[in-house]
Design a protein around this ligand. Structure first.
Ligand code: BDR
Ligand code: CA
Length: 319
């Protein structure tokens, strides 16, 4: 099993991605860290705890940054609802967040691990940037960063910028310049990673997790049931499970932090104009049928209590 840490801002599409990772037999989720993004940090953390309680899962949750490094706070409550995961009546929260800050929790998990760990950020990159700048020694323990964020054509929050990068461009800039291997699952993929009206009915009838995800989708404005719901964050998790579904091109990617017109844009030099050393594997396309099949199979397997054999439960004892 491949060890991963998910850094997230749940988020309706985050919830689906977390479900796939938690129940996958190929992924061993060590830790879930939360960040302000789709909604405020207290809400994203609460949503992560709601998911863990729903599944009776023992993967620890640590709250991280409540605002971007430099710029103003933006949210996406318009798409995900006031709570960030509107549409399903979750029962009481039965698990507690760690007493540790997300950055501290990530540091401990990475340093104690014998193997390298893959980071899967599916929200703004604030926690990851803080981790690398406070504790650069952890970079040696990072296998790669497989993230949802950015775009190489156009944006979804400004003409050119994608939400996760726009929400904290300075953090994204630091991460993209970290020197670590990065796989970028950007906006373009989600336009093919669609859950259609036909599929949602199947999802609803699969099991309690399918029912929960279906209820959230009904309230999600990342698309609609007719044209299909865009599964942004699941494209990062599914890359780990089936990279053969993706078309990938390595190139240099820079993050614009200064220009008021293009702040938060991932400038992808796919044509090699700058002749710079590639720093990112940009996923330029995904097989839509392959993705849909994997998504459905993954949720169909989301039965019982998820097994993540080496989840960092020991962190609950640490301060
Ligand atoms: C990204 O922004 C958020 O609203 C989604 O959860 C996803 O991570 C898509 O731009
Ligand atoms: Ca997200």
């Amino acid at each position: 099993m491949r060890k991963i840490i998910i850094d997230t801002d749940p988020g309706i599409d985050d919830a689906a991605a977390i479900a796939i990772a938690m129940f996958s037999r190929e992924l061993d989720v060590q830790l879930i860290t939360t960040v302000a993004g789709n909604v405020s940090l207290d809400k994203t953390t609460r949503n992560a705890l709601r998911l863990m309680s729903f599944w009776g899962a023992d993967v620890p949750v640590a709250a991280g940054a409540d605002r971007p490094l430099v710029g103003p706070v933006y949210d996406a409550a318009e798409a995900h609802g006031e709570s960030g995961m509107e549409g399903f009546d979750f029962e009481e929260i039965t698990v507690k967040p760690l007493k540790l800050h997300a950055v501290e929790a990530m540091r401990r998990v990475l340093l104690q691990s014998d193997e390298k760990i893959t980071l899967v950020p599916i929200g703004p990159l604030t926690n990851i940037a803080l981790l690398f700048s406070l504790y650069p020694e952890v970079k040696e323990k990072v296998e790669e960063i497989v993230l949802m964020g950015g775009a190489f054509t156009r944006g979804n929050i400004t003409p050119l910028a994608e939400f996760n990068i726009f929400a904290d461009p300075e953090a994204a800039d630091m991460v993209f310049r970290s020197g670590l291997p990065i796989v970028m699952c950007g906006l373009e993929l989600a336009r093919s990673a669609l859950i259609t009206g036909e599929m949602v009915a199947k999802i609803r009838d699969l099991n309690p997790t399918g029912q929960m995800v279906y209820s959230l989708f009904e309230h999600y404005r990342g698309g609609n049931m007719q044209s299909g719901q865009r599964m942004y964050d699941s494209t990062a998790v599914c890359y780990l499970l089936a990279p053969e579904l993706y078309t990938v091109q390595e190139c240099y990617v820079g993050v614009e932090v200064a220009s008021p017109l293009t702040r938060g844009t991932t400038v992808c030099d796919l044509e090699g104009f700058w002749n710079k050393q590639p720093n990112v594997k940009v996923c330029t396309a995904i097989d839509p049928q392959g993705f849909a099949g994997l998504f459905l199979r993954s949720l169909a397997g989301a039965q019982g209590v998820p097994e993540n054999p080496t989840a960092a439960t020991w962190l609950h004892q640490e301060k």
